[in-house]
Design a protein around this ligand. Structure first.
Ligand SMILES: [Zn+2]
Length: 363
């Protein structure tokens, strides 16, 4: 299946296509913006435009090059996604393993273009960066500009080899090979290494409008949703197509788990607290990180509520006793730290136990 069409971000598109037309497109770009608004999709759109045989303000969508990009099979467009850490024993095998993992994700995205965020444990390890280096050193298969997309670039935090991976990437970005374009994407630019961040020209993408999200869901949701479910999803999605698609059962599950957990922590030491800390349902990292995200959202809503601002979700009772946002914001920071640690090789139970104690202190 080809990629779904890019929605919204008209100002960014105009800016980028003008830059291409005037020959002033920077070689290293950083696309930032909330989760699920289409950062990677815009990167692919730009790859398409940079390679299009009949480019206008938009890629034509019909030439051979456009079709190859849209089916994720262009030999000069490389999309690097976070993957589980390769385990092979020597460098060549590690790089080979990384290439296979990425190819596997591409296969999945070809069959289902509406993908979920990468698993919380997935990273860009040194093997992925080496692969990127090797490919960048080659000349274009079909001539012209080569495009390298580094999705969720903040996940370049692979433990012991992090410095080496970062240095290798930095070297590439400092002196990009001729006729190459690097597009990094991230929700959280502060989590990028400052040296990497400073090499890139940043383009901020905002949230989509409710009507853009709604139109997209109506066209692409399979099976189609009822209009009531549609309205609910659009309201919960807050301008993110990714969230709108995830806002069914899974988001509800993460939200429920987060609510139960924070209520148990706030109830203080006792059976519920013990049980919450010993939760054993976090075998899947994706579920664990989704729960942490829901927890951060819940605390954020509770903080907004203290300021009399509108919130989209109902705030758990236990969090309604605060008069000021400060403790809630502190708690959010602790959750963000835990979310970051969850990308490493940390045991979720241990992480949650530590987080529980930290939250009990600040709340
Ligand atoms: Zn084209």
């Amino acid at each position: 299946m080809p990629l779904h069409p890019l929605i919204g971000h008209i100002a960014a598109r105009n800016r980028l296509s003008q830059a291409i037309r005037s020959g002033k497109l920077p070689q290293v770009l950083l696309l930032t913006g909330p989760v699920g608004v289409g950062k990677q999709r815009l990167a692919l759109w730009l790859a398409q435009l940079a390679r299009c045989e009949k480019p206008g303000g938009e890629p034509c969508g019909e030439c051979r090059s456009c079709r190859l990009v849209l089916t994720l099979s262009h030999p000069d467009v490389h999309w690097y996604v976070p993957i589980p850490r390769p385990k092979a024993s020597d460098v060549d095998k590690l790089v080979e393993e990384a290439a296979q993992s990425i190819a596997h994700v591409m296969d999945e995205r070809r069959s289902e273009p509406l993908y979920q965020p990468a698993d919380g444990m997935a990273t860009h390890s040194l093997a992925s960066v080496r692969l990127l280096q090797r490919r960048a050193a080659l000349t274009a298969v079909e001539g012209g500009r080569r495009v390298f997309i580094l999705a969720e670039a903040d996940r370049l935090i692979a433990q012991e080899s992090s410095q080496e991976a970062a240095n290798a990437l930095l070297k590439l970005l400092e002196e990009p090979p001729a006729e190459s374009l690097f597009i990094l994407t991230t929700v959280e630019p502060r989590r990028l290494l400052p040296t990497v961040r400073s090499r890139a020209v940043r383009i901020r993408l905002g949230r989509l409008s409710d009507s853009e999200v709604s139109t997209f869901l109506k066209t692409h949701m399979r099976p189609p949703v009822s209009s009531r479910d549609l309205d609910q999803r659009v309201a919960l999605a807050e301008g993110s197509i990714g969230s709108a698609f995830g806002s069914g059962e899974e988001m509800g599950k993460a939200q429920t788990a987060a609510t139960q957990w924070i209520e148990a922590v706030l109830a203080g030491p006792g059976p519920a607290y013990e049980k919450a800390l010993k939760q054993t349902t976090w075998a899947a990292r994706g579920e664990f990180t989704a729960m942490l995200d829901a927890l951060a959202d819940t605390l954020g809503d509770a903080a907004r509520e203290t300021l009399g601002q509108n919130v989209r979700r109902s705030v758990p009772k236990a969090l309604l006793r605060y008069r000021e946002p400060a403790p809630l914001l502190q708690a959010m920071e602790r959750v963000a730290d835990a979310r970051e640690a969850a990308w490493g090789n940390v045991n979720p139970q241990v992480l949650l136990a530590v987080l529980g104690e930290e939250l009990a202190e600040v709340l």
